[in-house]
Ligand binder design. Structure first.
Ligand code: BMA
Length: 321
């Protein structure tokens, strides 16, 4: 099956939509933004910004149409705070945003780059101006985490990706209060050998709720002699038991093809941490980092993604073979 013959994600003709050139202060690169729609319909991207020391912080950009006319905060929106949160010593990266209606707050899960490696940290905000940090919720080495928007069977659920010598696989954990996490379960294993998602996978943006289950966009990393290829595939998780995989794509759904995805600080990378949905909930606007150098947008129809996954996916018993 040639994924080019069936284009699922449509790149914006304005890509890349944001890069260091748009920043009001000197930076090396902007990429991997978390995304959300604010109550007035404004698209907010919380961008990972790498400064010229190599460390990252987060900076908000707002746009009325989610494509252009971005208003970028004049200074960093969320800087690492190693004095109070030593785990942030080497910066904070790759935020995923979930609006938790129960809390009336946005939950921002991000990578804190500590002396012990990357860990998963959590902060709450109402307005992306003030943040309340809860600190580390998953110990290093762990990243690629996002919260589900509502409790499952009375508990918050966090998808995350611990790293170990046996492979980097996607797990889920549950918590009564966002601070104490347990009931850990492996939900999706990296494949092995020649597969596009061999050895290292991770959640990309937060899960998307559909009538059929939670649609998961995840990345797979193929190591080659000249570097890594970061591509995106799909999986479907059971609504009431998200630790159960119902379907997993055999082939990738979106990969680096455009010049701005192929060339940059880290070539051949598409890496998504966020999306917004159109008002009718039928189409997704996927924001993604390109080659660790810029931010782009691609749109897709959610039903088409599910149909494609049905045709190109493995059944539940083969999701983790
Ligand atoms: C991953 C993450 C991403 C990055 C990607 C490619 O491990 O750290 O932030 O975009 O590598 O460098």
């Amino acid at each position: 099956m040639n994924n080019k013959s069936e284009e699922l994600f449509h790149r914006s003709p304005q890509n890349p939509i944001l890069s260091a050139r748009n920043w009001p202060y000197p930076v090396n690169s902007v990429f991997n933004p978390g995304a959300t729609l604010l109550p007035d319909g404004t698209t907010l991207l919380l961008c990972r910004v790498e400064d010229r020391s190599g460390r990252s912080h987060l900076c908000a950009a707002r746009s009325a149409n989610g494509i252009d006319g971005w208003q970028v905060d004049s200074k960093p929106t969320l800087l690492s705070d190693p004095e109070n949160y030593p785990e942030e010593i080497w910066g904070i990266e790759d935020p995923r945003i979930t609006y938790a209606a129960e809390l009336e707050k946005y939950v921002v899960i991000y990578t804190s780059y500590s002396l012990g490696g990357p860990g998963v940290s959590l902060a709450l905000t109402k307005d992306f101006r003030e943040f309340e940090r809860l600190g580390v919720v998953m110990l290093p080495s762990d990243k690629d985490a996002a919260l589900l928007p509502k409790r499952i069977d009375g508990h918050w659920a966090l998808i995350h990706r611990p790293m170990d010598t046996f492979g980097n696989h996607i797990w889920i954990a549950y918590s009564p209060d966002l601070q104490h996490w347990g009931r850990h379960k492996l939900i999706l294993k990296a494949r092995r050998g020649a597969w596009w998602d061999a050895n290292k996978i991770g959640l990309s943006p937060p899960l998307i709720e559909t009538a059929q289950g939670w649609l998961m966009i995840y990345h797979g990393v193929r190591e080659t002699p000249s570097g890594s290829l970061y591509r995106i595939g799909l999986a479907l998780l059971e609504r009431e038991r998200p630790e159960r995989c119902l379907r997993r794509s055999d082939v990738w759904a979106f990969g680096p093809e455009a010049p701005y995805e192929r060339e940059g600080d880290v070539p051949n990378v598409v890496f998504s941490c966020g999306y917004t949905l159109d008002p009718d909930g039928k189409n997704i606007n996927l924001y993604y980092g390109c080659a660790d150098s810029s931010i782009a947008l691609a749109t897709a129809n959610i039903q088409k993604l599910l149909d494609w996954l049905e045709r190109n996916g493995t059944p539940p018993e083969e999701c983790n073979e």
